[in-house]
Design a protein around this ligand. Structure first.
Ligand code: KDG
Length: 308
């Protein structure tokens, strides 16, 4: 059985490692894949659901998940479509992504892609705004997966991960609202919510989420200001860890995966969020989404150092 099963699109990553040079380091990305690898590195039993191309990149991903101990029995290989790709460029305002993904194998997922009973064996199903934005059939697949998870007694975790290059803001708002109502755990970032609601006040944002019908636990991520846990009764702020970030790509995914892993290991929400904050901070110390994802020993070491 699995602690966490994630569903979405993996993307091969080409990451610019020197601001003024056209040199790119190949790595791996894709928000939900990053999250499930982060969870596996914290000791969770994980599986990933997606569709990759029958190409060198699809093969590299299968090798990566196998090496990380992430189950791939629900991964489909498509002979006619490619594995997606993105570039990360670093500038004065942080990182920016360029995508080559339209028509990718993952975007061709349909509810019929959900074979193998993998979701039925999970404690958490993890999905994101990106999983739903890549195509309408992938969006249908996410909602079908949510239904199956709930029917089997699993909990659903949703990261907002808003990417406005993938879908118009009005559709993003409507679909994310629908998914947020179905989620047992909703992980929005303040930046994403600001685009969806037009306001930048955390309390009003949490009110908007509750008024919109979200009934589960909400963890609002405030970047360097930490996060707020709203369990439906209380709102509890948790401070962030300060680090000198090199590349924040995948930090939110590391937060999600680490939080779910620690919940599966019995942590309270506050302890799990504190742990996830530390893991996410450590993941920004190297280039790329996957390579710098820390392992449990490093996170505990860091928490011990800060006395948190
Ligand atoms: O959170 C990091 C991801 O955004 C990155 O790995 C690429 O999945 C990606 C996307 O669609 O932006």
């Amino acid at each position: 059985d699995f602690d966490i099963v994630a569903l979405g699109e993996p993307l091969v990553e080409l990451n610019q490692t020197h601001k003024d040079q056209l040199q790119y380091l190949q790595g791996f990305g894709g928000d939900t894949s990053n999250a499930v690898i982060a969870a596996a590195r914290q000791g969770a039993r994980c599986a990933y659901l997606t569709r990759v191309g029958n190409d060198a990149f699809g093969k590299q991903f299968l090798d990566l998940w196998n090496a990380e101990g992430v189950d791939t029995s629900g991964v489909q290989v498509d002979d006619d479509a490619h594995t997606g790709l993105y570039f990360v460029q670093h500038g004065p305002d942080g990182h920016a992504f360029s995508y080559l993904r339209r028509g990718s194998a993952a975007s061709l997922m349909t509810p019929a892609s959900l074979q193998g009973g993998v979701i039925e064996r999970a404690r958490f199903l993890h999905v994101s705004g990106i999983s739903m934005a890549i195509s309408t059939s992938a969006c249908d697949t996410v909602f079908a997966a949510i239904e199956r998870a709930h029917a089997a007694g699993a909990q659903v975790s949703l990261d907002s991960n808003l990417r406005l290059r993938l879908w118009p803001v009005d559709r993003a708002r409507a679909v994310l609202r629908e998914a947020m109502r179905a989620a047992d755990l909703f992980l929005p970032s303040m930046d994403d919510m600001q685009h969806l609601t037009g306001n930048d006040d955390p309390e009003r944002t949490l009110d908007w989420i509750r008024d919109g019908g979200a009934a589960g636990v909400v963890v609002l991520k405030l970047g360097k200001d930490g996060s707020i846990i709203d369990d439906g009764r209380d709102r509890t702020p948790v401070a962030a860890l300060r680090v000198d970030a090199v590349d924040a790509t995948g930090a939110g995914d590391c937060f999600a995966g680490s939080l779910l892993a620690r919940r599966c290991q019995g942590d309270s929400w506050e302890d799990a969020v504190r742990y996830a904050n530390a893991a996410a901070a450590l993941s920004t110390l190297g280039y790329g989404a996957v390579n710098p994802l820390p392992r449990a020993e490093q996170v505990w070491e860091r928490l011990k150092d800060t006395g948190a």
